[in-house]
Design a protein. Sequence first.
Length: 180
Amino acid sequence: MISIIRASLSLMGEIRDIINSNYQLYEKILLVPEDHNEHFVDEQWTEQNFSIREFYLIRENGEYVGMASYQNFVDMGDFAYIGYFYIKFGHHRKGYGKRVMQFLEMRAKTDQLKEIRLFVNKYADWAEKAYESMGFKSLSSSKQEILTMNQGVFKNYYEEGQTLLFKTLPPLKPTNLINN
């Protein structure tokens, strides 16, 4: 049974473990040294990020197997930003990514947002293929364009060589209430 829970501060160690378990995938493709700190994270990273993002953990059979972060940027253009999206190394290709993305899409719809956005490293073809299979399309790969769009909201999130992807969300359908 798969469950997705919002991570409390006490579970941020699990978040860090999942991110760090994938570092070997990014170590050689990151273009500037500063970007490594976003893919092998420490306690200071937790302090900087926990207050500005919602973190979600995917759990199956008592083990945390994936995580993602969510930020509502309604004031910057009616979209949510998915900043960290990781499946624990050794647990890829089991459908966890698709499940957590479906959850994040519903999360954004409940915030009445129109799209979700995320970055992909141009050399992480495995990630790009996964996002494309989930319906994401390229918004921009121009650093200058990305850093100036939506009042510069992506300045603190951009890493060299990234493409900004987006997915338009269909509106949340109202449920029919039955009066008894």
